[in-house]
Design a binder for this molecule. Structure first.
Ligand code: FAD
Length: 397
């Protein structure tokens, strides 16, 4: 947007120029290309898709040629960094949180599960297909009766006989499950009581997938209920490095960092949309952007965005340096999602009545912030992880 030159960056609003400070020129080029594609090819599809509650195939078709997981010209080391994948989530969410969540289901959740949970052979077998989306995946942890208490409560069972496992149970909320080739299913080994992870083809006998309808947030992003009824999985398709909850928890810590970046990008998108509108909408003979009370809201939105960006950058720098703690990602996810909720509410106010219709972008961000507040660890559970680290006392286990 041209009217915010002093705070604009190549990847969207970025008050302290963090993208240029932390990414190579090649990485910025790749993500600026993503920004252009999103604005030109994806943005025009979003309001109708949100209204319909379904994902237009044109969205992934527009994104896949960009090879965003390891973009041409960007080194593998940088592409695999938390800073790069963070800014990728930022740029995606600046246009739409469903699109960011969908992409992140593959590049963040599924890829992380394979990278941390798979052995070398499994990683090598799947990596290229994950990068080019010829093997799409989903992360199936949450269950109908267990969300926040999944660590202790997980009920899906895995029973081994020879080299074959039998899985029985149910999962809920699983992002992109109906589109996935492989589901990473977490199940409790009936022999030792530990949580293990299994690669289950979506069309394996005994797998039933039902789309979750009637959502009021992230309507473009498909989520599903999954039933597993005596599903057979070979021992070779068990992720060999997942031995128990501790290994799942290491995956979740990385994923929370990705979601904190989504909560940050969503704020940039909401603020830019509110600015666009306030600059054009005239009342009392001048643009509402010129009124003091409106500027105060816009300034608070920018303050929230700047604070969130600073937080996620510091988080990712620690992640890349290997000095990363679970509680730091919980703190970042908690805080950015909390600020995002305030930011989108302020944006909605700035648009007046038009803030509740999809046509001006902010309404979509407003609704989507609700899902982000609760997924990947609810606000409360992330706060309790932080509280445990602060006090040494666990309030939930
Ligand atoms: C859009 C969306 C996408 C998702 N995608 C995936 C996915 O791809 N894969 C996957 O496995 N899961 C996914 N999830 C699941 C998500 O991680 C859970 O929704 C989340 O962990 C919260 O669990 P719950 O919804 O069952 O809430 P519950 O655990 O039932 O919690 C209900 C309320 O009680 C609070 N609460 C619970 N326990 C405590 C406590 N001890 N102290 C204080 N408060 C407490 C919670 O914070 C919350 O406010 C997704 C969810 C959504 C909404």
């Amino acid at each position: 947007v041209t009217h915010v030159t002093s705070f604009a960056g190549p990847l969207g609003l970025d008050p302290f120029g963090t993208a240029s400070a932390h990414l190579s020129a090649e990485a910025i080029d790749a993500l600026a290309g993503l920004r252009r594609t999103l604005e030109r090819d994806v943005e025009p599809l979003l309001a109708a898709a949100w209204q319909r509650g379904s994902l237009p195939p044109e969205i992934l078709a527009a994104l896949l040629p960009l090879e965003l997981i390891v973009p041409p010209g960007v080194t593998t080391v940088e592409a695999d960094s938390s800073l790069f994948s963070g800014f990728r989530n930022f740029v995606l969410a600046r246009t739409d949180a469903s699109v960011a969540t969908l992409y992140n289901a593959q590049s963040g959740l599924f890829r992380t599960a394979i990278q941390l949970g798979g052995d070398a052979a499994q990683r090598n077998r799947l990596e290229q297909g994950i990068r080019d989306f010829s093997i799409k995946g989903a992360f199936a942890l949450t269950e109908p009766a267990h969300g926040s208490d999944i660590a202790g409560g997980l009920e899906t069972r895995a029973e081994r006989a020879g080299d074959t496992w039998t899985l029985n149970g149910a999962k809920r909320w699983i992002g992109a499950a109906a589109e996935a080739d492989l589901l990473v299913v977490f199940a409790r080994d009936t022999a030792d009581g530990e949580i293990k992870a299994f690669l289950v083809p979506r069309d394996a006998p005994g797998v039933r997938i039902r789309s979750i309808e009637n959502k009021i947030a992230l309507r473009i992003m498909p989520n599903a209920d999954v039933e597993l009824d005596a599903v057979l999985v070979a021992e070779a398709d068990r992720l060999q490095q997942v031995h128990g909850w501790r290994d799942v928890s290491a995956m979740l810590a990385r994923m929370r960092s990705g979601v904190a970046w989504i909560a940050t990008g969503l704020q940039a998108g909401a603020l830019e949309a509110a600015l666009d509108y306030a600059s054009q909408r005239e009342q009392f003979g001048r643009p509402v952007a010129g009124f003091q009370l409106v500027q105060e809201k816009l300034a608070r939105m920018l303050g929230n965005l700047a604070a969130s960006l600073s937080l996620v950058i510091e988080l990712s720098r620690h992640e890349d340096a290997g000095t990363f703690h679970d509680e730091a990602s919980a703190l970042s996810k908690m805080q950015t999602a909390r600020l995002a909720r305030e930011t989108v509410a302020l944006g909605r106010e700035v648009l007046g009545g038009n803030g509740i219709v999809l046509d001006h972008r902010v309404a979509r961000f407003f609704a989507d912030a609700e899902a982000i507040y609760s997924y990947e660890g609810s606000h409360e559970m992330n706060a309790l992880v932080v509280g445990r680290a602060l006090t040494g006392l666990s309030a939930f286990r």
